[in-house]
Design a protein around this ligand. Structure first.
Ligand code: GDP
Ligand code: MN
Length: 356
């Protein structure tokens, strides 16, 4: 599970790593107020759980609260890496002298954490030749000690006070990695500023299997990716969700999203899924494709009936599996058409998406 930049930076801050002061906003007005509070000169960033925002036009600079509002206006609603931009991070702008790259990741082949550091950070980091990235594997039982961090910094070509500051940050990053059950803690750029070293960006990925002991809110079971089309898809199982999108495409339709609602698709999960998918204004028809296995079709049907009550677009349901007949009866009684065959349901959804 990837955390958004703002939450990632919150965790870095808790571990004593300097991060810029910032606010999350959802409107140009909010951006203006935030910029005024932060002292005017800010950077406005699209808050989506993906990297490469800078190159995609998702990072803008503003010299005044008015400019921040303009930047927000331009960013909100943009699509970046399949995510619609709904929230922005407004931060006090840093004066960046140089950009380093710092990262702690799981090296699956070595079966160990790997700490990496390069003097050549920033948006072009993929282009940095291997030999300019210093690396150190960490024996998890003995840990990553301050002297190891300093060695790595020296290997990366840092010296003096800068070496000491960066080593401190790296050591703390490893602390985040270990105590938060992370798979990745990446800071790019780690910014050298006149006031010291600052994490100007943060990418944290937490091991899904560790959420229970991280005391974080309920792990998000539903995997959702927004796409460009008009057919909203609610499907249980990632494989079936892919197959559904392929089928729609072959029939000349365009899926509006990928969504796997996970196992045990009860009424609550169904309601959340419907709310999420129909919040995309491009959705013109909803296709619910459910295969009842462990979860029984009658339970699912009750969930669908409850969840689609207020939906403004036509709904096509394909349902098969355990207790299918009971499920079908529940849906029919509520006036919802059900198909047994996936192809037939997809065809109907494509037709509806074009006729409205
Ligand atoms: P990413 O492209 O998604 O990784 O987004 P980043 O948060 O890393 O921002 C992209 C680039 O914008 C960074 O590499 C910096 O060069 C630049 N940038 C971000 N924040 C600041 C800032 O406060 N000051 C300056 N001067 N540049 C910034
Ligand atoms: Mn970055």
């Amino acid at each position: 599970m990837e955390l958004c930049e703002y939450r990632g930076k919150g965790i870095l801050r808790e571990h004593g790593i300097p991060v810029p002061e910032g606010r999350v906003v959802e409107s140009p007005e909010g951006a203006k107020i935030a910029a005024a509070e932060l002292g005017g000169e800010v950077v406005v960033k699209a808050l989506v759980p993906a990297g490469g925002r800078g190159k995609a036009g998702g990072v803008r600079f503003a010299a005044s609260p008015e400019e921040a509002a303009e930047a927000a206006e331009a960013l909100l609603g943009m699509h970046i890496k399949g995510y619609r931009v709904r929230r922005l991070l407004v931060e006090r702008r840093l004066e960046i002298l140089r950009e380093l790259y710092a990262c702690v990741a799981v090296d699956r082949e070595a079966g160990m954490p790997l700490v990496m550091l390069s003097r050549e950070g920033g948006v072009e980091v993929e282009e940095v030749p291997e030999h300019l990235i210093a690396r150190a594997h960490v024996e998890p039982l003995t840990g990553f000690h301050p002297y190891m961090a300093r060695e790595l910094c020296a290997e990366a070509g840092l010296r003096g006070g800068e070496l000491r500051q960066v080593a401190e940050v790296l050591h703390r990053m490893y602390g985040v990695f270990q105590s938060r059950d992370a798979l990745l803690v990446e800071v790019n750029p780690l910014a050298i500023t006149p006031g010291g070293v600052v994490a100007a960006d943060a990418k944290l990925s937490i091991d899904d299997d560790a959420w229970f002991r991280q005391g974080m809110e309920q792990r998000e079971e539903q995997r959702y990716v927004e796409l460009e089309g008009s057919i909203g898809c609610i499907v249980n199982g990632a494989g079936l969700a892919m197959a559904t999108m392929d089928t729609l495409k072959r029939l000349g339709g365009e899926p509006a999203n990928f969504l796997d609602i996970g196992g045990g698709a009860g009424a609550e999960a169904m309601k959340r899924a419907v709310a999420r998918v129909t919040s995309n204004p491009s959705v013109r028809v909803l296709l619910v494709n459910i295969l009842g296995g462990i979860t029984r079709c009658d339970e699912i049907a009750e969930g669908i009936v409850e969840a689609v009550q207020e939906v403004r677009v036509p709904v096509v349901v394909r349902l098969m599996g355990t207790n299918e007949e009971e499920g079908r009866q529940i849906l029919r009684a509520a006036g919802i058409e059900v198909e047994r065959d996936m192809l037939a349901a997809a065809r109907l959804a494509v037709e509806l998406s074009k006729s409205i």
